[in-house]
Design a protein around this ligand. Structure first.
Ligand SMILES: *[C@@H]1O[C@H](CO)[C@@H](O)[C@H](O)[C@H]1NC(C)=O
Ligand SMILES: *[C@@H]1O[C@H](CO)[C@@H](O)[C@H](O)[C@H]1NC(C)=O
Length: 157
């Protein structure tokens, strides 16, 4: 979480560094600007690892997802291309559905791939317990659901 944030801050500072008029004696090369940025006292990179389970229940009485839209072509698509879903999924400490809830994954996902099942995820992880109670993480990313490992960018926290 911290890392992505730092990267976006770095981009902002680099852009600011390029745009601002500076005296000719100051080294303006990207490497020098980056060195200056790294030496600022409040920009130490921080890595936080969070581990929780995400329960997306797509059918049944306790379903946590609703399908809100689709196109005429969706019904014929092997990847449900064009379908849009809204979810409010529990996040739990352990893998069991009745494990302690630490937050919710709230957002929208849509089938955005015609080749394989791949969702565009737009969601917030909203923490409701523990150290991060009251905090949230905003995620936008590519979710090819049958891949074992998936990486999605955190845009803000
Ligand atoms: C739905 O949730 C309730 C309460 O947690 C649980 O008792 C019930 O077994 C669940 N039903 C299904 C179909 O999973
Ligand atoms: C989480 O924070 C809310 C708001 O401050 C508070 O009402 C709630 O009791 C907290 N929950 C836990 C489990 O600490």
């Amino acid at each position: 979480m911290g890392k992505q944030y730092i990267i976006s801050m770095l981009c902002a500072i680099l852009i600011a560094g390029i745009a601002m008029p500076v005296a000719p004696t100051i080294n303006k090369r990207p490497v020098a600007v980056e060195r200056w940025f790294k030496n600022l006292p409040h920009t130490k990179e921080k890595l936080t690892k969070l581990h929780f389970y995400f329960h997306d229940v797509v059918s049944g009485k306790n379903s946590t997802v609703v399908r809100v839209a689709e196109s005429k072509a969706t019904v014929k698509s092997p990847t449900v291309f064009g379908a849009v879903f809204v979810m409010d999924d529990p996040l739990t400490e352990g893998p069991e559905p009745d494990s302690k809830i630490v937050g919710r994954a709230q957002g929208i996902y849509s089938s955005a791939s015609m080749e394989e099942i791949g969702f565009l995820m737009t969601l917030n992880f909203v923490f409701t317990d523990g150290k991060y109670n009251g905090s949230s993480l905003s995620v936008v990313g590519h979710n090819p659901i049958f891949h074992k490992y998936r990486e999605m960018p955190i845009l803000g926290c």
